[in-house]
Design a protein around this ligand. Structure first.
Ligand code: NAD
Length: 394
């Protein structure tokens, strides 16, 4: 299969997204012809002009280098001409509940274009049981279905993906063997599991990180209520004491991976995943907690103050604002009729995004919303009130 693999045509559905695009670039870089099918016209146009629609380390260079082997399109007809189809569309949640119909809508749209000889790989982070449902939906001849979850950290797929072991599972042994061969082109190691194990490995990984962040966020809120500086306390907990060294700083933990996948797992496991429910409640409460802190500190004077949020993306050093708690905080303060402004170095397309210096000058209160590395040298004068969950600005 290795030799014929190079002649095979891959179509990535959701190919203009954060997961689909770097994956496509890496396969093209190994000599495969890749079609990126996506509904997002603007992103498709950008990719065909060798531009990235979002931040991805070293992505642009590699896209340019392989531009002859990558083609982006909004036309789904290419799916039927492909030997391998990889699904990388989003799996959103709303009000902590997975929106399963969003994912299945795609299969209704493309069923007619799929055939049992194609290798169909699901790459998105899915609600457990989804792969089996897809198999049932497509019919018993569709044995070539695999689930190979993506585990990279957003923005660093190009460098991380080749280093990470690839989890491979499938409806049939043939699907597993074919998927292993395919991923061996771009990764050093593969690990074979059952489908349910693969689905859980993906969701447990994100939930584990999310729960860890919630511990520090709860410690932070406890300390604030006791008038203690958690950042200082955490440093003292860690100093010379190895067992505490992995305690994270406090900080907004949300986004389209950690928060979303914990919500998928909580919904799947219902009452048997109490940590999922509790960690979500803690992490999602932070914006409201900060608002309450401001009320306690400034009382009626708060209305006279300008509050500046520095960094609005869902985490540091990216341009993605999906499920961002900094935005949640901004909207909450707006709803409370407070004067709030924001600045983000990367989310340049957002309306009302102002320049960093202007934000610092205009604000009486500054809240770090995303600790982008480029803010590290910023100094905030003592007459401004600073909330810095990460203890980033020192
Ligand atoms: N972003 C990450 O770091 C990351 C890491 C690991 C796993 N994942 C998982 O990968 C999946 C994709 O995440 P993402 O961040 O790349 O999302 P994304 O929104 O960046 O990309 C999804 C793409 O799919 C396209 N799309 C949606 N529905 C479509 C349809 N019916 N037909 C064609 N195109 C369609 C969208 O236009 C978008 O470009 C999710 O399940 C996510 O949980 C993401």
């Amino acid at each position: 299969m290795l030799i014929s693999l190079y002649k095979m045509r891959i179509t990535i559905i959701g190919g203009a997204g954060h997961i689909g695009l770097p994956l496509g670039i890496l396969f093209a870089n190994k000599g495969l012809d890749v079609t990126l099918y996506d509904k997002n016209h603007t992103a498709v146009k950008k990719i065909n002009n060798s531009e990235l629609p979002f931040m991805e380390e070293n992505g642009r260079k590699l896209l340019k280098k392989n531009k002859k082997r990558i083609f982006a399109t909004t036309n789904k007809k290419y799916i039927s001409k492909s030997d391998i189809v990889i699904v990388c569309i989003g799996t959103p949640v709303k009000n902590n509940k997975p929106n399963l119909s969003y994912f299945f809508k795609l299969f209704k749209e493309i069923k007619i274009l799929l055939n049992p000889n194609q290798l169909l790989i699901i790459r998105s982070s899915i609600y457990p049981g989804t792969c089996k449902k897809i198999y049932q939906f497509l019919g018993k001849d569709f044995l070539n279905i695999s689930y190979c979850p993506e585990r990279v950290v957003q923005g660093k797929s190009i460098s991380e993906l080749p280093k990470l072991p690839q989890i491979i599972s499938g409806i049939s042994n043939e699907a597993i063997v074919k998927s292993k061969k395919l991923f061996n082109l771009i990764c050093k190691k593969t690990i074979v599991t059952t489908i349910l194990e693969a689905e859980l490995i993906k969701l447990f990984s994100n939930a584990w990180r999310y729960i860890n962040f919630s511990i520090s966020n709860e410690f932070y809120m406890i300390c604030e209520n006791l008038g203690i500086n958690f950042q200082k306390l955490r440093k003292n907990m860690i100093e010379g004491y190895q067992r505490n060294k992995n305690i994270p700083t406090a900080g907004f933990a949300a986004g389209p991976c950690l928060y979303k996948d914990t919500a998928q797992l909580t919904s799947y496991l219902k009452k048997s995943f109490s940590l999922g429910k509790v960690s979500t409640e803690i992490n999602q409460r932070l914006p409201y907690f900060i608002y309450k802190q401001l009320i306690n500190k400034f009382k009626n004077n708060l209305k006279k103050k300008t509050i500046g949020i520095l960094g609005i993306t869902f985490k540091a050093d990216i341009d993605d604002t999906r499920d961002s708690l900094a935005i949640e905080l901004f909207n909450l303060l707006k709803r409370k009729k407070l004067k709030v402004i924001f600045s983000d170095y990367y989310a340049s397309s957002l309306k009302k995004n102002i320049n960093t210096n202007k934000l610092i000058k205009k604000s009486d209160i500054i809240i770090v919303g995303a600790p982008h590395r480029c803010y590290k040298k910023i100094r905030i004068s003592k007459n401004k009130y600073l909330i810095d969950l990460w203890d980033f600005l020192g």
